[in-house]
Design a protein around this ligand. Structure first.
Ligand code: NAD
Length: 446
């Protein structure tokens, strides 16, 4: 795939005129008092509209998810009782291609969250120019409370329930928080059983032995590193000895910490759901992972201090990597941050008001829709490999990923400079322009 440099839309100083459909009113299925994470996305759309030129007439397309499916997922628990879980699949936009985005298992999943995550996928996929729209799914469940058998039954029933709208050329799920390669193997098998043929390309993030891609496990963390390293170059920061603080030590945070460490940076703090540790001399991520796997907690690693969760935000560091969940950087803690650079491994970790404060403080933020795009990029490679049944080496995948992410970063940085906006707004300008160009060219059916 070649990455074309984005064509900046013409400069505009005044907002584009409102269109008749913009008067359609708020989304009735969002609680106006507690709109949840989707309000963050709506705020981001409002910020980009003035830069969309004539395409602004289509902006309502961005505000309204194309398709929302809410499903009941009943399963037999191991004790013979029946439990019901609420599941979602949201296809925010499919103007540029099939919907694409992960599935989250977490006790706090809401429709608003899945809507926001699916919308961010639309922006992310367009930002790095993948031929996809945006989608996301989730089940409101704490997966840690289910046995392996219960997880499998829940995954299979959920897959059947959303089976109507997913497919390798319709909507391609992938892992997110609380799901992984095993979940994708069950989803692929269930979908295949239902359609009567093995269809590996219906999900990505599968085990390598089932059509998964080499390099997928580390891809998101690797993209965080590549974009973070590019930003550090732009800011004149040295990688050697750079102090990095990582929030979360799962798929994304652990890989990012490991790769930064391998390139000479120093991991000075790690926070996860089990606790917070810090060490000014640096933490070896490999030792931290072994310790976590052995003891079940990040705390207690030899040579590290244990901090209170809130003290994480005061740690002296150069780069902060929030790689957990949404709404972590708030107006309350943003002013306390010491980092010059924030690289958003998680989706939606910074509230819009905190984003403004960080910009005023001169802190550069590599936004989620760029920083964590490495995962979906290698998912795209996996999908392409599945279609052709021809698999690439890990070296080739990493090389393509690094190049694509580096080129995307550089061209988006140029747009940021051109408009004198934050990198987040620059990414939204380019991505929303691409999505709405496709929308305008395709027109409305019928
Ligand atoms: P993960 O499943 O590896 O979990 C991250 C951590 O969250 C775990 O280490 C654990 O401490 C905690 N956690 C998991 N389940 C929990 C539960 N039920 N309750 C409380 N804590 C729990 O997550 P991840 O895949 O690394 O995702 C982290 C962030 O990165 C999310 O915002 C996700 O949307 C984003 N992201 C992930 C990918 C990917 O490829 N996995 C890609 C892009 C963005």
């Amino acid at each position: 795939m070649t990455l074309t440099a984005p064509t900046p839309p013409p400069r505009r100083t005044a907002p584009a005129p409102h269109t008749p459909d913009a008067a359609a009113g708020p989304l009735s299925y969002l609680d106006p008092q507690h709109p949840g994470p989707y309000a963050m996305f709506l705020d981001q759309v409002d910020r980009v509209v003035p830069y969309l030129g004539p395409l602004a007439v289509w902006a309502e397309t961005l505000r309204r998810p194309k398709r929302i499916l809410v499903v009941d997922v009943p399963i037999h628990l191991d004790d013979g009782s029946v439990a019901h879980f609420e599941g979602y699949r949201v296809q925010h936009n499919t103007s540029r291609g099939p919907a694409k985005g992960g599935v989250r298992y977490h006790q706090d999943v809401t429709l608003s969250e899945v809507m926001a995550l699916s919308a961010w996928m639309t922006v992310k996929n367009a930002a790095v120019n993948l031929p996809y729209g945006g989608g996301k799914g989730g089940i409101r469940v704490d997966p840690r409370t289910l046995s392996q058998g219960e997880l499998e039954r829940m995954t299979r029933r959920y897959t059947s329930e959303i089976g109507l709208i997913i497919g390798p050329d319709k909507d391609i799920p992938a892992p997110d928080v609380g799901t992984g390669p095993q979940t994708m193997a069950w989803m692929m098998d269930t979908y295949s059983m239902n359609v009567g043929r093995t269809t590996t390309g219906v999900v990505t993030g599968k085990p390598v032995s089932l059509g998964g891609s080499l390099g997928r496990a580390d891809a998101t963390g690797r993209g965080v590193f590549v974009t973070g390293a590019e930003a550090m170059k732009k800011l004149g920061m040295s990688m050697e000895g750079a102090r990095i603080a990582v929030q979360e030590f799962g798929n994304v945070g652990e890989a990012a910490a490991r790769i930064f460490h391998a390139h000479g940076a120093k991991i000075v703090a790690i926070q996860d759901v089990t606790g917070t540790i810090a060490c000014a001399a640096g933490i070896d991520p490999a030792l931290a992972l072994t310790h976590l796997q052995r003891t079940g907690a990040i705390t207690g690693l030899t040579g590290t201090d244990t901090l209170q969760p809130d003290e994480f935000w005061d740690v002296a560091c150069d780069v902060l990597i929030p790689a957990a969940l949404e709404k972590q950087i708030t107006l309350e803690n943003a002013g306390r941050l010491k980092a010059r650079l924030i690289v958003e491994g998680a989706n939606g970790p910074t509230l819009p008001a905190a984003d403004d404060l960080l910009a005023d403080m001169g802190v550069t933020v590599v936004p989620d829709v760029l920083a964590n795009a490495g995962g979906v990029t290698v998912s795209y490679f996996e999908w392409v490999q599945d279609f052709s049944s021809f698999f690439w080496s890990e070296e080739e995948i990493n090389h393509r990923l690094d190049r694509l992410m580096r080129e995307a970063f550089r061209s988006l940085w140029d747009v940021k400079e051109h408009y004198n906006v934050t990198l987040r707004t620059a990414v939204y300008i380019v991505a929303c322009t691409r999505v709405l160009e496709a929308r305008a060219l395709r027109g409305l059916y019928p």
